[in-house]
Design a protein around this ligand. Structure first.
Ligand SMILES: C[S@@+](CC[C@H](N)C(=O)[O-])C[C@H]1O[C@@H](n2cnc3c(N)ncnc32)[C@H](O)[C@@H]1O
Length: 290
């Protein structure tokens, strides 16, 4: 450690001193994030919060967390930075065809069942869509269904609290690597290649994008302002960060926004066991409204 310090000084590089987030400051952050977003940030997350927020301090030129938090949480100029703070503290990991058995269940069971119930214009919602991969996966699968059954139409609402995720999602541009989990024949059919051949980027094609409306929505809002009731709701890998009370409230709000016979898909580590709900489990992490 000492050697490194000497080396840095010899080369004239100023050692970067790290700014420490103390327990009181962590509590200010976790109270705000807990109330606004629902995400729990216990003391075990201190290092993670410290490292993610340090970048914001550096960008804005604050020397300590107290001044940063005073500015962001207490001052009237803090509104925009509050969005940045939420952005850096939410976990946005996602991928195309994540937890693929859900898409299988959707096509083989949920859609035929809704069709039998005379639902011809399906409304889907991905709640906590992150950078859009889940919404585009749904759009691919539904486009495939609609190309075989001409009497089915669909549209997808994709919402998140993170503004940077939503803007990436609505651009619909991904690296080849990210798109690899889309089956090859579907990539060929629906994806456009970037004109710049040096960049290995792809864009989601118009027939995928036109079906999706990306919108900012905080799942903590006590009533969602949805255009209509939904046939299918995907809320996967979002509630994992919420406490049981919040999860129960959210599941109840999802239920009241589902049509009769509609489906809720949750992430594979987010079983509704222990939560009061009248939704019926019909497959692993798939629930249906009676
Ligand atoms: C881990 S990603 C999951 C993405 C996708 N559903 C999947 O399973 O791949 C969780 C997303 O939930 C969003 N999120 C967390 N709390 C939220 C809230 N209160 N309202 C809306 N979105 C929220 C985050 O911004 C993040 O993009």
């Amino acid at each position: 450690m000492q050697d490194l310090q000497v080396q840095q000084n010899n080369t004239g590089v100023k050692p970067q001193h790290s700014i420490v987030l103390n327990e009181r400051e962590l509590k200010r952050v976790s109270d705000f994030i807990g109330t606004e977003v629902g995400i729990q940030l216990p003391s075990t997350k201190r290092t993670l919060v410290e490292s993610r927020l340090s970048k914001r301090l550096r960008i804005l030129g604050f020397d300590d967390f107290k001044s940063y938090l005073d500015h962001t949480l207490e001052s009237s100029d803090g509104a925009l930075e509050k969005l940045q703070l939420i952005d850096v503290l939410t976990t946005n990991k996602t991928s195309f065809y994540r937890e693929p058995d859900h898409f299988d269940y959707l096509v083989k069971h949920a859609i035929p069942d809704l069709e039998n119930g005379a639902r011809k214009e399906l409304k889907l919602w991905t709640a906590g869509c992150s950078t859009g991969e889940e919404a585009y996966t749904l759009s691919i699968e539904l486009n495939e269904v609609a190309s075989q059954k001409k009497n089915i139409a669909f549209n997808i609402l994709a919402t998140d609290i993170s503004h940077s995720c939503l803007s990436k999602a609505s651009r619909g541009i991904y690296t080849d690597r990210q798109a690899e989990s889309i089956p090859l024949e579907l990539r060929k059919k629906y994806l456009l290649r970037s004109r710049n051949s040096e960049e290995s980027l792809v864009q989601m094609g118009p027939e995928l994008r036109h079906r999706i409306l990306f919108k900012s929505l905080n799942l903590m809002d006590s009533h969602f302002d949805l255009p209509s009731k939904m046939d299918i709701i995907f809320c996967r890998n979002v509630m994992i960060y919420f406490n049981n009370n919040l999860r129960e409230e959210l599941v109840a709000r999802f239920e009241s926004n589902l049509v009769k016979g509609g489906y809720l898909f949750v992430g594979h580590s987010e079983s509704l066991n222990g939560i009061k709900t009248t939704l019926n489990q019909v497959a692993p992490m798939v629930y249906q409204k009676n």
